[in-house]
Design a protein around this ligand. Structure first.
Ligand code: C5P
Length: 294
């Protein structure tokens, strides 16, 4: 019998607004943030096997372990144990495009895609609430990728409230050579604390589909921390604005900077100007989808 195989693509994200509300007793930070899926994506192919999990990776510039420390392996093990009592296994091939430690949610997206794709592969029809709880165990950003599109996140980022999707926005993503560690950014003491109104206010701004207004409302309370740890980010922002971007902001805990362009053509021009500086540059756009079968 031919083993069952399934291929999915899973997007990166940016955060048009990220507000840090305060530090919690459990060591995490209370957040109010907007998640937005973008066209840049990874691909995962899953094949049913005897019990166990095997992962192979292609396309990653930086070394990415394929062992138990990988979030895909963790996600697959949780799913196989909790849903299938370890009676089945999977072989997963990851084609990596989303850079690592970048603030683009690549690892979280791969983990969510693993949960969804396993549910599809084994036709287990797991309840959404169960998927959400497995996702939240894996990381604060993972639950968002179960829905994709545009959403508000609260709590440590794991409580997701999907929003109507906004306009298609052309973007340029620029990632410095080095990554940033999320805990280091949160623990730098440089995060700006705000009250969550900016994140909630973005829902109405997106409905108005006014690019200038959207750009004026971009905010990231972690940006001062990312800039403190990696001053090069300031230079990237300036170069993006000089090249004609309408606005530029660090995504998540960084160090990737996303820039908003008035058209896809303009985004291509901006990207072209920033290439050759040793940075990784992508032209992409906001999307209303999440994990998709291909
Ligand atoms: O949830 P996740 O594993 O992605 O978080 C990684 C680290 O980022 C946490 O251990 C914590 O240091 C920091 N973090 C935080 N507050 C959040 C999310 C993450 O302090 N809301």
């Amino acid at each position: 019998m031919i083993p069952k195989t399934l291929t999915v693509q899973t997007p990166a994200k940016i955060n048009p607004v990220l507000e840090v509300l305060g530090k919690r007793p459990d060591g995490f930070h209370e957040l109010a943030l907007v998640f937005q899926a973008v066209g840049l994506h990874d691909d995962l192919s899953l094949t049913e096997t005897a019990p166990g999990v095997r992962l192979s990776i292609t396309g990653s510039h930086n070394p990415l372990p394929a062992d138990d420390s990988n979030l895909i392996v963790k996600a697959a093990k949780i799913f196989l144990r909790e849903v299938l009592n370890d009676k089945a296994g999977v072989r997963i091939a990851l084609k990596k495009r989303i850079p690592l430690a970048a603030g683009l949610g690549g690892g979280s997206s791969d983990a969510a895609a693993t949960l969804i794709a396993l549910d599809w592969l084994f036709e287990t029809k797991v309840e959404n609430q169960k998927l959400q709880s497995m996702a939240a165990q894996l990381g604060s950003d993972v639950p968002f990728f179960l829905t994709g599109g545009t959403a508000l996140g609260t709590g440590r980022g794991e409580k997701i409230f999907p929003w109507e999707s906004g306009p298609e926005i052309p973007l340029v993503l620029v990632k410095p050579e080095e990554g940033l560690s999320t805990p280091a950014v949160y623990q730098s003491g440089k995060a700006m604390m705000t009250n969550g109104e900016k994140a909630r206010g973005m829902e109405q701004v997106l409905r108005e589909k006014n690019l200038q207004k959207f750009v004026g409302k971009l905010f990231n309370g972690l940006e001062p921390a990312a800039l403190f740890l990696m001053p090069e980010i300031g230079e990237i922002k300036q170069q993006l604005l000089d090249a004609g971007a309408l606005g530029a902001m660090v995504s998540g805990s960084g160090p990737t900077v996303f820039a908003v362009a008035e058209s896809q053509e303009k985004a291509e021009q901006i990207a072209w100007k920033l290439e050759g500086e040793g940075w990784t540059v992508f032209v992409t756009k906001t999307i209303s989808a999440g994990v998709e079968r291909i």
